[in-house]
Design a protein around this ligand. Structure first.
Ligand SMILES: Nc1ncnc2c1ncn2[C@@H]1O[C@H](COP(=O)(O)OP(=O)(O)OP(=O)(O)O)[C@@H](O)[C@H]1O
Ligand SMILES: N[C@@H](CCO)C(=O)O
Length: 321
């Protein structure tokens, strides 16, 4: 994560003191990520992550995110667990922002996932879907089709400064999905941002999932599409069929896809590429002055979108049927 909000030392220590997690020894801003401000805390009792929720997080959604992590951890999924303060509250306020402390997970994220990592990830994603199936709360995916036109307007004509013709390409793509987005697919809790930086491994074994702040209620296969996009392309822009096959096989080893999900996968991949192109574009054009953040390249997702516009069948992602 990034650091948008600096917290004075005395405020930080007073905040941590309310949680019964020992005395604060150090608090370091974490430069990775783009969404919220994160600090790695060391206390006399161990390590924790402090998150201050920023612009894209609606405070009304925080009970969903924190409740979900608690629910998934209770179902045996390895994910951060929100820590309660002395009044039993998971959500606090620090430096003018909503804030929470969660447990620290061991493991490392991989920059260049192998097919074995993709297989583990696929399995982990399906386990997440199963573990979330009986979570009682719902959250609309604010970054699905109805959210794309407002994002495109936010970027406006400046999109063409990033790549000539981009504004027009985006509007044409939005129109395609508004007219034909698949409905009635199996749905439930999805992570919606399970990129390699949000998945930890110890050796080749998946050891934990983090960053549930885009989680929502949506089609399971859309989560798979997000992972195909973020795990299976190479740095040269090519799609790695072996990785796609491994990811899908890992997923189906736990939760086989229905025919409708298989048929919808090419469009879901296309829409997911557009979603990340749009949010990255808006962020690229609006870096807050002084923030410790490195925005992601929107054009990476423009190239992925171009790939998906030519895909006709999920077998082109490595699906073996
Ligand atoms: N519970 C945790 N345990 C260990 N490390 C964590 C934990 N939560 C976050 N981190 C560390 O902080 C970094 C940023 O966290 P995270 O990915 O949640 O930020 P973000 O701003 O939401 O990022 P993104 O760009 O993926 O949305 C991670 O890469 C990881 O190194
Ligand atoms: N994972 C996202 C950032 C968080 O939404 C991206 O890479 O664009």
């Amino acid at each position: 994560m990034a650091v948008y909000t600096e917290v004075p030392d005395d405020e930080m220590a007073a905040f941590v003191a309310r949680y019964g997690i020992g005395e604060l020894l150090s608090a370091k801003g974490i430069a990775e990520g783009v969404e919220n401000s994160n600090y790695l805390l060391h206390t006399t009792q161990g390590s924790y992550i402090l998150t201050l929720y920023e612009k894209r997080v609606n405070p009304d959604d925080l009970p969903f995110f924190l409740g979900l992590m608690q629910h998934l951890a209770g179902r045996g999924l390895i994910c951060p667990q929100p820590v309660k303060d002395s009044r039993g509250e998971m959500l606090g306020r620090l430096a003018g922002r909503p804030a929470a402390i969660v447990t620290f997970l061991d493991g490392l994220s991989v920059r260049r996932p192998t097919a074995a990592h993709c297989q583990e990830l696929g399995r982990g994603l399906a386990l997440l879907h199963e573990a979330g199936a009986d979570f009682a709360m719902e959250r609309v995916n604010a970054l699905s089709v109805p959210g794309w036109r407002p994002l495109a307007h936010q970027a406006g004509p400046d999109a063409d400064k990033v790549s000539p013709g981009l504004a027009r390409r985006i509007m044409a793509e939005i129109a395609v999905h508004e007219a034909s987005w698949p409905k009635d697919l199996p749905r439930g809790v999805i992570h919606a941002d399970l990129f390699p930086n949000n998945v930890f491994f110890i050796g080749s074994r998946l050891s934990g999932l983090i960053d549930f702040y885009f989680a929502c209620t949506d089609a399971y296969a859309y989560d798979l599409a997000i992972c195909l996009n973020s795990w299976c392309f190479e740095a040269d822009g090519s799609f790695n069929l072996t990785k796609g096959q491994a990811l899908l096989a890992g997923y189906e080893s736990v939760r086989p896809l229905s025919e409708a999900e298989v048929a919808a996968l090419p469009q879901l991949c296309r829409g997911s590429a557009l979603r990340f192109l749009l949010t990255r574009l808006v962020d690229w054009l609006n870096v807050p002055p002084g923030a410790l953040v490195k925005p992601h390249d929107p054009l990476e997702y423009d190239r992925k979108l171009a790939f998906h516009q030519r895909v006709l069948d999920a077998r082109e992602f490595g699906l073996k049927r």
